[in-house]
Design a protein around this ligand. Structure first.
Ligand SMILES: Cc1ncc(COP(=O)(O)OP(=O)(O)O)c(N)n1
Ligand SMILES: Cc1ncsc1CCOP(=O)(O)O
Ligand SMILES: [Mg+2]
Length: 212
């Protein structure tokens, strides 16, 4: 089963990205999504190659944001696709069943479609406003998650749902109570000066009700 915490990388240069990803791995993140927007093919490839090696060293899962072909080229563990990126069924046909495909959702219907197209997990959001991403979909808030997760339950749709967008430590427990599986975060980890402690605290809340 997937880790309940996904770190989405930040940084405007290859060096900044690598620094942030290395720090997150060192602090205990086991799942990295490389998100490096508006870059040349060469730069994205260079970063992806380096991140792949780092994630192998730390035994972390590594997925690529947006770019299925890059994920394929460097044999990443998978890809995360948004509502305006390549369609999930098309990606599945290319990647096969062994790779992770995550899909963005803002509504119950988005999730229904993704599940039909054999998406492995859902990034549902945004939870609240965030500066990390431009052109946000409508904010869901806690009540939005509650409604959508209830509908999934009622319709017996089972898929790991990750909350995303402006999430802080104090949001984790109430979000988990809505029935989500985990969280995908960027800013709180990148900006934390005590990353190990933060990740430990996030994991305590994320795994609070998991029986081992
Ligand atoms: C886990 C997760 N959920 C949602 C997103 C957002 O994807 P998308 O809508 O394609 O936006 P960009 O990240 O590409 O700007 C995500 N990346 N990860
Ligand atoms: C990629 C993405 N998609 C919706 S919100 C978001 C950014 C999440 O980053 P942060 O945790 O910094 O708000
Ligand atoms: Mg995208």
């Amino acid at each position: 089963m997937y880790n309940k915490l996904q770190y989405i990388s930040q940084g405007n240069t290859i060096e900044e990205q690598l620094y942030n990803i290395h720090q997150a791995l060192d602090a205990g993140c086991d799942w990295i999504q490389m998100r490096f927007k508006n870059q040349t093919e060469k730069n994205s490839f260079k970063l992806a190659e380096a991140v792949k090696l780092l994630c192998e060293e730390y035994l972390a899962a590594f997925i690529v944001n947006d770019n299925l072909h890059l994920a394929q080229q460097i044999n990443a563990d998978g890809v995360h696709l948004g509502l305006t990126d390549m369609k999930i069924d098309e990606a599945r046909a290319i990647l096969g069943t062994t790779k992770i495909i995550g899909g963005t959702a803002n509504t119950f219907e988005d999730i229904q479609n993704h599940v039909k197209n054999s998406c492995d997990y859902i990034g549902l959001g945004p939870f609240r406003f965030t500066n990390t991403k431009e052109k946000l979909s409508p904010i869901l808030g806690l009540s939005g998650y509650f409604e959508i997760l209830q509908k999934l339950k009622k319709n017996k749709i089972e898929v790991p749902v990750y909350a995303i967008g402006g999430i802080t430590l104090k949001d984790v427990s109430p979000l988990m109570e809505t029935g989500i599986f985990g969280i995908a975060v960027s800013g709180i980890i990148t900006e934390s000066t005590e990353k190990k402690i933060l990740i430990q605290q996030l994991n305590e809340k994320l795994y609070a009700n998991v029986i081992v």
